[in-house]
Design a protein around this ligand. Sequence first.
Ligand code: ZN
Length: 133
Amino acid sequence: MKILKIDHIGVAVKSIENGKNFWSDVLGLAFEGDETVAAQKVKTAFFPVGESEVELLETTAPDGPVARFIDKKGEGIQHIAFRVENIETALAELKKKGVRLIDETPRIGAGGAKIAFLHPSATSGVLVELCQR
Ligand code: ZN
């Protein structure tokens, strides 16, 4: 399995509209619009930073994963995403190594990327996303 780079860092926010004030207006990162991923009950907005991006995540439903995260921990960093060369190969390798996976097969995330999450119990508490674009 080959990790190419940190693709993005996911930040849970109550409101992308408010979050934009800091990430875009204050820091000057480009806001390139938002996108709703209905299957994950989330609205996302990506802010490019050099080779990586910051992803703001706002829930679209009270029972969505981002809503549950904010209920438990408040706003803040929710996941870190590594870009991999081949996500199927990476998942197969991790499974073989006994890593607990949330997604055994990739699903389609924002921007049409193939994504899969590893379980935080296998990663020192960090929700790790693999993505292939
Ligand atoms: Zn993400």
